[in-house]
Design a protein around this ligand. Structure first.
Ligand SMILES: [Zn+2]
Length: 282
């Protein structure tokens, strides 16, 4: 049967002589595996359609589990995400996370748009650490593992302070904290960001300026969450960790450099452009 779907390539592996198998995330059919014949050949018309991060319109024959590309067109190549070190590292992480956390037939329209927005935000140069953290939260929710953040998972109290319990499923109030000795005490800003990320449509993600200490706590909390509930052992995560740790040795700035002091205050337009701030009303 002939199918047609828009999709983003979240995995691309070599297959036999000159072919590739790609995994697409599609809004209509969830994940789809498709063989792209001759994709590795130099003159292949469809080689670009088999590249990681490509967003295209695919038409393919499918009877069993694996389809075969019939034709296709690139809608957006996301070429920028294949250049340098940082872009590919974060985008590959988002792609692998999607591939591993989402089951094949899970309806994926919302997540598809979130992934596309995630890739777009990375191309636009928004803070990749924040972009990817926001996207992680979308994946957790899509996979059925969203943390409960607004009330104590144990007794239902809604008044802070809370402690973050990965094992418990989210927030624990002070009285219930002893249920999880590993529960984390987090800055208010981290709670705020996690709630925003959970509710946010990535298509509306502005540029969020986040303190380094907030980022570190956010990383710790979400990582503990992911390892407790999804345990995926992602290849791309190790590379990303190396990059964040040693990026400066490679002449990169893994974290955005502090904003330069400027003689002229930003215009109103620019201030608006800066969007929500971590310490403001996010
Ligand atoms: Zn409680």
């Amino acid at each position: 049967m002939l199918y047609r779907a828009e999709g983003i390539v979240i995995r691309s592996t070599d297959y036999g002589e000159g072919n590739k198998i790609v995994t697409l995330l599609t809004p209509t059919f969830g994940k789809q595996g498709i063989v792209v014949r001759g994709a590795k050949k130099l003159k292949s018309r469809y080689g670009a359609l088999a590249q990681l991060f490509t967003y295209g319109d695919y038409s393919y024959y499918k009877n069993g589990t694996l389809g075969t590309l019939n034709s296709g067109e690139i809608i957006e190549s996301f070429q920028e995400l294949r250049q340098g070190l940082e872009g590919p590292a974060y985008a590959a992480y988002a792609a692998e996370l999607t591939d591993r956390a989402i089951n094949d037939d899970e309806a994926a329209a919302y997540l598809f748009h979130q992934l596309k927005a995630c890739q777009t935000a990375l191309v636009e140069g928004k803070d990749p650490q924040i972009v990817v953290k926001a996207y992680e939260m979308k994946v957790f929710a899509a996979a059925g593992y969203a943390p409960m953040l607004d009330e104590c998972v144990s007794c239902g109290r809604t008044d802070a302070p809370f402690y973050f319990s990965a094992a418990g499923g989210g927030a624990l109030c002070r009285a219930c904290k002893s249920r999880d000795p590993g529960a984390l005490e987090l800055q208010d800003g981290v709670w705020k960001l996690m709630r925003v990320f959970l509710a946010l449509d990535m298509r509306r993600l502005g540029s969020i300026a986040v303190k380094e200490s907030t980022k570190q706590q956010l990383q710790l909390a979400l990582r503990r969450w992911m390892d407790t509930h999804l345990n995926l052992n992602l290849k791309s995560r190790g590379f990303l960790d190396q990059l964040e740790k040693y990026g400066d040795l490679l002449g990169m700035a893994p974290n955005p450099a502090p904003v330069e002091r400027r003689a002229v205050p930003p215009s109103e337009e620019e201030s608006k452009e800066a969007g929500t701030r971590e310490d403001g009303a996010v």
